[in-house]
Write a protein of this length. Structure first.
Length: 300
């Protein structure tokens, strides 16, 4: 039986303490994948991405899974994927995809390719002045400040003209400033999951009352979503605009601009949660797509 690693981190692996508040998502995803993988002769092995390299010997491939602390050790994470590749362990998605997707400046490349993305100001280390300037440029009274290398809504800030940061406040890292979208409160965000380049399922994610972040870590709620043909076509166009073909998985997150046009918030190609509860065929689809890739690699 082929052994396939599911990369996680200490805060998401079962038995670790304390686990993250959203570690239950790790359990849900593994529970959805493991039986489908077993049916196709694959044993899914949960493993910390920081484990000794020898622990990865014998794995046919690794899925990037719930390595949800990578953003604080990005160089180390990519170096680990390179080291695994050197030992003959393929990563899904591969290191070149991770390098491209690590920094949210990939949104610029998507915009250049004709994709509608949320208007963004990019700064090496924004402070109060840059936040006010962004509000003026966007003609809004509220913005969201995000890490350029970040995940899970962690380290974000939202400011209004009536509640600006202190004069001496700095983000302390490269960041992006975007207008707050009122649609986040009214309808939330929409996620489109693709497996092997094909649409799998969609999810509507709503924030908790008084919150703007939709992740479960902040009380967000998810429900299955059945997109219109137009919205699905928009998400498919995002996949087509990526500089990579034949990705094992991809997740497109969008929200509506005031014009009602859907805009890309993120195109997650590294370690996205793939919402198995809203996509009951996820395990079968991912297992089948991975088998095809492993067979192709064996024949080459």
């Amino acid at each position: 039986m082929r052994r396939v690693g599911f990369l996680a981190c200490a805060e998401t692996l079962p038995g670790s303490a304390p686990r993250r508040g959203d570690a239950f998502e790790h359990d849900l995803e593994v529970a959805a994948l493991r039986p489908a993988f077993a049916d196709r002769g694959m044993d899914l092995v949960e493993i910390d991405w920081r484990a000794p390299l020898a622990d990865f010997d014998g794995l046919a491939a690794v899925l990037l899974g719930t390595a949800w602390d990578y953003q604080d050790s990005a160089a180390e994470f990519v170096a680990r994927l390179d080291a695994l590749a050197a030992r003959g362990v393929a990563a899904c998605n591969p290191p070149e995809v991770v390098r491209w997707n690590l920094d949210k400046r990939y949104l610029r490349a998507l915009a250049d390719a004709g994709v509608t993305v949320i208007p963004t100001k990019w700064h090496d280390d924004p402070g109060r002045a840059e936040i006010v300037a962004a509000m003026d440029a966007f003609a809004v009274d509220r913005v969201v400040v995000k890490r350029q290398v970040g995940a899970g809504g962690l380290g974000q800030h939202s400011f209004t003209r009536d509640a600006l940061p202190d004069e001496g406040w700095r983000m302390g890292r490269a960041a992006m400033i975007q207008p707050f979208l009122p649609a986040i409160e009214s309808e939330g965000e929409f996620t489109f999951v693709f497996i092997g380049g094909q649409f799998s399922h969609a999810v509507q994610k709503r924030p908790a009352t008084g919150e703007y972040r939709v992740q479960s870590l902040f009380g967000g709620a998810e429900a299955a979503h059945y997109p219109s043909e137009q919205d699905l076509a928009t998400a498919q166009a995002v996949i087509a605009a990526l500089p990579f073909a034949d990705l094992l998985y991809a997740r497109v997150d969008m929200a509506r601009l005031p014009s009602d046009e859907p805009a890309v918030m993120e195109c997650e190609l590294i370690e996205p949660y793939l919402y198995p509860d809203q996509g009951p065929e996820l395990g079968e689809r991912l297992a089948e797509a991975l088998v095809e890739r492993l067979e192709l690699a064996r024949l080459q």
